[in-house]
Ligand binder design. Sequence first.
Ligand code: NAD
Length: 266
Amino acid sequence: MKFTIQSRNDDLSNDLMDKAKAYLTGFGLLFDEEEPDIVLSIGGDGTLLHAFHKYRHRLENTAFVGIHTGHLGFYADWKPAEIEKLVISLAHKKFNVIEYPLLEVKINYRNEEDSLLYLALNESSVKSPDVTLVMDVELNDSHFERFRGDGLCISTPSGSTAYNKALGGAILHPSLPSMQLTEMASINNRVFRTVGSPLVLPGHHKCVLIPVNGPDFMVTVDHLQLLHKDVKSIEYRVAEERVRFARFRPFPFWKRVRDSFIENDG
Ligand code: NAD
């Protein structure tokens, strides 16, 4: 089995990386940054997001594991003290692989045949660089609403506990192949109207955003943020690809939600 390690690059994460690398190679596993079967992410959820984007071209052949060197993460759910247990389980291949849905983001441009395709593990958000965002929202090729406000966010189920949650979205279990659309401060009065509630769309639905008041947008895909110019439309759907996580012990999603947001029993 081949592995690589992505560190947040602070002292604690780097120490742990050196330790894990020595243990794993000692057990006969091969360190391979190009074609790893296992990616060990050491740091926080942000470190795992970076690792996901680095290896997104080989999601079918790679499983991710996260160790948190700060607070408990949603993807980074192993403690540094558990490193030996984790390494032994890895070496003996005592783990299951679970899969979570991803979001496909396709950005089409006005003057080009080309479009850009991204995959998000958490979410994609759209904002206008300097004015109120005005976009038509189409669901399955039918006009749904004209949105005016700060922005829109489309999240995956596993990303529903991140930015989506801060925007008032629901927490979705990652076994549901779906995506969730949430509003950022929509303008709602007698003239302008949006639905005002988060929408959860199933795997076979499509959501398209069409610019009304300008062609340039700040689009985020997880931690990546880019200004896209001359945008014709942005298409969102549940991706065919899925992300794979190596699970060494049961840690049910709702327990992770409780430990992160209500009370951590240790
Ligand atoms: P980061 O690594 O500092 O992450 C920001 C926070 O989001 C951290 O506390 C992290 O643990 C948490 N987080 C990330 N993914 C999560 C998930 N799936 N469930 C629960 N918590 C999660 O910063 P970054 O590297 O820039 O991370 C980008 C992420 O930050 C984005 O994908 C977005 O979800 C999140 N974000 C959140 C807000 C907000 O809550 N208001 C605003 C912007 C971005």
